[in-house]
Design a binder for this molecule. Structure first.
Ligand code: ATP
Ligand code: MG
Length: 216
């Protein structure tokens, strides 16, 4: 901003260019602040909103649809496998959306042109298993634990170009922890990655007389 103020008033071209940079950095900062606030509220052990029954089928169907445009623009085939059976978990719906959304965003971001990203939901006994699989660049074994740390990025040069803040997976981990869900990553450089979330399913949700969902 100081540089713009020092430019001669007729230098419209440079002013425009610098204003664009200021706008981009402003957006980046507000994104970073929002992510940091979310992370600190997730990590606080205070009273939080009570958990509600959340339908994982809906969350995954909505997000697969939302990300379709980005996938097409990146020339990536995005597919979703969702069972007929409705799978409910006890949780915070907005946070669960955020968790799955961060994983799909990464899968698309770290998969080159022509690749594939698959999102699936399965039930394994009393557990719901959500998997986000990509055919992308993969993550070296030594880095697979570190990627969940705040601001950690495998290749800071490449990541800087991609424009993220490096908080995405720290948020994923904090939300998984809040939901007592198990999160794991399997990956091979050059072959792709699979991020899997395992979370306890809610005892059969049923509808009462007033049509609201209750647990038994
Ligand atoms: P942000 O999500 O805040 O925009 P980011 O994507 O760099 O930025 P994270 O989502 O926390 O941050 O991911 C951390 C790092 O882990 C990434 O920079 C990338 O190097 C690596 N990574 C995450 N997901 C994948 C993936 N599906 N394939 C390959 N590398 C990945
Ligand atoms: Mg990310």
């Amino acid at each position: 901003m100081e540089a713009i103020l020092r430019l001669p008033s007729g230098d419209r071209k440079n002013v425009d260019m610098m204003l664009n940079t200021v706008e981009r950095q402003g957006r980046r900062l507000s994104h970073l602040i929002a992510d940091l606030l979310l992370l600190s509220s997730l990590e606080k052990n205070g009273v939080s909103e009570p958990f509600q029954p959340c339908c994982l089928n809906d969350i995954i169907a909505d997000l697969s649809e939302e990300f379709l445009e980005l996938a097409i623009a990146s020339n990536i085939r995005l597919s979703a496998q969702i069972p007929e059976e409705q799978i409910y978990v006890s949780g915070h719906e907005q946070q669960l959306y955020r968790l799955v959304s961060n994983l799909i965003a990464n899968a698309i971001q770290y998969t080159p042109d022509g690749g594939t990203v698959g999102v699936s939901l399965k039930r394994r006994e009393r557990t719901a298993v959500v998997a986000i699989e990509d055919s992308g660049i993969g993550i070296p074994a030594g880095e697979q634990n570190r990627i969940f740390e705040r601001f950690y990025r495998v290749d800071s040069h490449r990541s800087r170009k991609a424009g993220g803040t490096g908080l995405g997976l720290a948020i994923v981990r904090a939300i998984a922890l809040k939901h007592q869900a198990h999160l794991k990553v399997e990956s091979q450089p050059g072959c792709g990655s699979i991020f899997t979330l395992e979370i306890a399913v809610l005892s059969e949700p049923i509808k009462d007389n007033k049509n609201s969902i209750i647990n038994i």
